[in-house]
Design a protein around this ligand. Structure first.
Ligand code: CA
Length: 233
């Protein structure tokens, strides 16, 4: 089923959109809090996002920039919804990375048509369907991880960390590179946060097999099958 995310803090409008989108056969996820949007997008991977400009905590423009900075979700089409009809705002929205721009009040049929157009434009997000290393298998479409026959539950950050490591087994990734790739440029996170998430990743994975994540002292992490632990994890 095609999922559309509606980011809108006006409840009546959000419900109107949900009603009409569901009538078209889409699954709809509503989010009203600006600072929750990124996490929700990563969790549900919607096919298109309707994004209100004026939101509490984070503006639509800021959210748009954040989404565009994340490798896993940056290609999801974004339609900005706004009460601002100014030409300069439109330019600002589009330069922040929005694909389309609809001014409130809009006609519902017109918005539904825009959703369809942007869905057609949506690229395939995961050309690689699966990553395998030893007994670890990542299903990138279903976003699931298995070790042998066991399902390994991972949080979204741990999933992205593992994906990066598994894309190039044996390669040592520095904390800085992991931060930049997994968390993005625009978010301030301390480098020891990487260690916290690596620890969680290990805990989940190692329940079903040996530890293939290698800590390289003063450098970073890699995944490989040399069962040597250089670090102090
Ligand atoms: Ca609003």
């Amino acid at each position: 089923m095609t999922t559309v995310m509606v980011v809108e803090d006006e409840e009546a409008l959000a419900l109107l959109l949900k009603y009409n989108l569901e009538k078209e056969g889409y699954e709809v996820i509503i989010e009203s809090r600006g600072n929750k949007v990124l996490g929700q997008v990563e969790k549900y991977l919607p096919s298109v996002i309707l994004l209100d400009w004026m939101l509490p905590e984070l503006s639509g423009v800021e959210i748009c920039k954040l989404i565009r900075s994340k490798p896993d979700i940056k290609n999801i089409p974004i339609i900005m919804l706004t009460a601002k009809g100014q030409e300069e705002d439109k330019i600002k929205g589009l330069s922040a990375g929005a694909d389309d721009y609809v001014t409130k009040p809009f006609s519902v049929p017109e918005l539904m048509a825009r959703v369809k157009t942007n869905l057609r434009r949506a690229p395939v997000i995961n050309p690689v369907a699966e990553l395998v290393f030893e007994d670890i298998r990542m299903d990138l479409v279903a976003k699931k991880v298995f070790r042998g026959d066991n399902y390994v539950h991972l949080g979204p950050t741990e999933f992205r960390l593992l994906k990066l490591l598994m894309e190039t087994p044996g390669k040592v990734f520095s904390r800085e590179v992991l931060l930049k790739t997994v968390w993005g440029d625009n978010i301030y996170v301390e480098s020891r946060t990487v260690d916290v998430h690596i620890r969680r990743l290990r805990k989940s994975l190692n329940e079903f097999g040996p530890d293939y994540i290698r800590t390289v002292r003063a450098t970073g992490y890699s995944i490989d099958n040399h069962l040597v632990d250089d670090g102090d994890e």
